[in-house]
Design a protein. Structure first.
Length: 239
C-alpha cells in the first residue's frame, strides 16, 4: 500500500466515531407533515394489498411541562401505545391504514403505518425513550371496572430488522385474569426503523394471529424504501 493509501485508511479510522468515510451520518432536517405524507406506503402494494393515507396532520409542539412528565404505564395497551408515548417530541407525523390477504375471519388483515419526523437527534432519542419505557413498564394491569375481569399488558423489546440506521420491535401481550373466559393471550407488535431524522412504524392489532402479524410487519422494507426515496411511489390511488 502506498503512503497516500495508508494515510487515507488511517484518516478513516480516526474519523469513524464522527462520520463514515465518503458519507455523512448527520440527521436530515425535519420534514413537514405534507411532505412526510408523500413518503407513506404507496396505494398499490404487492400481492393485492392496498394502502390509504389519512389527511395530513401537523402535530402541535408539546409544552415544556408535557415534555417533563414521563408517560404513565397505565396508558399503555400495545406496541403502538409505547411508540405514541415516546414520540411526543416529533414535529410532524403522517399515518396510513393498509390491508390485504385473508384473515381467519375471511376478512382482510389490517395494519397501520405511521411516519414521524424530528428536529435534531430527536428520532434517535425517541428510540431510546421506547426502550426505557418498556424497561419501566414490563407488566401493567390495565384499567377496568370492578365487575370486569382483570387484564395485564406485558411489553418486551426485541432486535428489529436490519434496515435504516437503527431498529427495534416492541412486543405487547394482553393476558386476561385467571377467572376470565376471554381466551388465549393476544399479541400486537410495533416495528420501528429510524432513517435519519424520521421514524417508520408499522403496527399490528391485538386480534391478529402470529402469521397475520408477521404478514403486516413484512411491509417494512417497502416502507423504508418510500421514506428514503427522492421520488416515492404515489400514496394516493390515481396519483
Amino acid at each position: 500500500m502506498t503512503n497516500t493509501g495508508i494515510r487515507y485508511v488511517a484518516g478513516c479510522v480516526m474519523l469513524a466515531l464522527v462520520t463514515a468515510c465518503g458519507s455523512s451520518t448527520k440527521p436530515q432536517p425535519a420534514m413537514p407533515a405534507a411532505e412526510l405524507r408523500t413518503h407513506l406506503l404507496p396505494a398499490a402494494l404487492p400481492d393485492g394489498w392496498t394502502s390509504v393515507a389519512e389527511p395530513k396532520d401537523e402535530k402541535p409542539k408539546r409544552t415544556a411541562a408535557a415534555s417533563a412528565t414521563p408517560p404513565s404505564c397505565t396508558d399503555l395497551l400495545d406496541g403502538q401505545s409505547v411508540v405514541d408515548a415516546s414520540t411526543t417530541g416529533s414535529s410532524a407525523s403522517a399515518t396510513a391504514m393498509f390491508s390485504g390477504g385473508h384473515s381467519v375471519g375471511n376478512g382482510v388483515i389490517p395494519g397501520t403505518e405511521t411516519l414521524y419526523s424530528f428536529p435534531g437527534d430527536g428520532a434517535h432519542q425517541a428510540m431510546q425513550d421506547m426502550r426505557n419505557l418498556v424497561g419501566r413498564c414490563r407488566s401493567v394491569e390495565l384499567p377496568h371496572a370492578s365487575w370486569e375481569p382483570a387484564e395485564t399488558a406485558g411489553f418486551a423489546v426485541a432486535e428489529g430488522p436490519r434496515l435504516g440506521d437503527e431498529s427495534l420491535v416492541i412486543h405487547a401481550t394482553v393476558t386476561a385474569g385467571a377467572t376470565s373466559t376471554a381466551g388465549d393471550p393476544q399479541s400486537a407488535d410495533a416495528t420501528v426503523v429510524r432513517v435519519g431524522s424520521s421514524l417508520v412504524v408499522i403496527s399490528s392489532v391485538l386480534s391478529l394471529t402470529r402469521a397475520e402479524a408477521d404478514a403486516v410487519a413484512a411491509f417494512m422494507p417497502v416502507a423504508v424504501e418510500q421514506i428514503k426515496s427522492n421520488h416515492p411511489k404515489p400514496v394516493d390511488a390515481g396519483s
